[in-house]
Design a binder for this molecule. Structure first.
Ligand SMILES: [Zn+2]
Length: 232
């Protein structure tokens, strides 16, 4: 008899397969990121279907077959209804899911990632930079730790004066060590926001007024950095 595994999971992605099957990309509390097959799940009478909608937190059960895992039970714990009712939030949740799928490799339990996902899905309603909060914390957990306090070139403490972000190194560069080309100017405010992200200082984060230009800058360095990681 096959062993049934039970765990909690965030449903990050679903893809249609032939014959009413679907494959789900999920992040589980006990096994990390998994791909799991929903047999005949698109059929109307499928009992599983209601428990594994996109961006649900669900209690799931699966069996490990020779080639894949198959979903055997699913029950929604938290449906995050608000996400589905708002296009911007849906977009944010999609970005979070996409990056989680792309950046987290292998099936391995990771409590920090699990807690981060819980945190961002809970806060998706009340914080406009939640996607960036998620991304930079995930990168940090995955080992891409950026020194937000020193220049990568001279190791000196970041002071006043122009500062740059180097996406190849994933590092901050001072104006003396600045070499042009790939380095992009980054304003101290944005570095401060990144520091607050990684400190998870919600007291300050929630009160901080974010200018559009800072949001734009966060977007730019995040995209540049992700692009570099994809080339690695
Ligand atoms: Zn320097």
């Amino acid at each position: 008899m096959a062993i049934h595994y039970r765990t909690q999971a965030f449903i990050l992605k679903k893809t249609d397969l032939r014959e009413a099957d679907q494959v789900f990309t999920i992040y589980t509390k006990d096994f990390g990121k998994l791909k799991i097959l929903g047999k005949a799940i698109r059929k109307i009478k499928s009992k599983l279907r209601a428990g594994v909608e996109l961006f649900y937190l669900s209690e799931i059960e699966f069996i490990q077959g020779k080639n894949h895992k198959t979903l055997t039970d699913a029950m929604a714990i938290e449906k995050f209804k608000n996400i589905r009712e708002d296009l911007d939030k849906l977009e944010t949740a999609s970005q979070i899911a996409e990056n989680a799928d792309e950046l987290i490799k292998g099936e391995e339990k990771d409590e920090d990632i699990w807690n981060l996902l819980r945190e961002v899905f809970d806060k998706i309603n009340n914080y406009s930079l939640i996607y960036y909060y998620f991304l930079w914390n995930l990168l940090s957990i995955l080992g891409y730790q950026i020194d937000l306090y020193h220049c990568i070139g001279c190791q000196k403490k970041l002071g006043p004066g122009k500062l740059y972000f180097n996406p190849e190194e994933g590092a901050i560069v001072c104006s003396v060590c600045f070499e042009g080309s790939v380095d992009k100017e980054i304003c101290p405010e944005v570095i401060k926001i990144l520091r607050l992200f990684l400190k998870k200082d919600w007291n300050i984060l929630l009160r901080l007024k974010i200018q559009d230009s800072h949001k734009k800058a966060l977007e730019t360095i995040s995209l540049d950095f992700l692009k570099e990681l994809r080339y690695d």
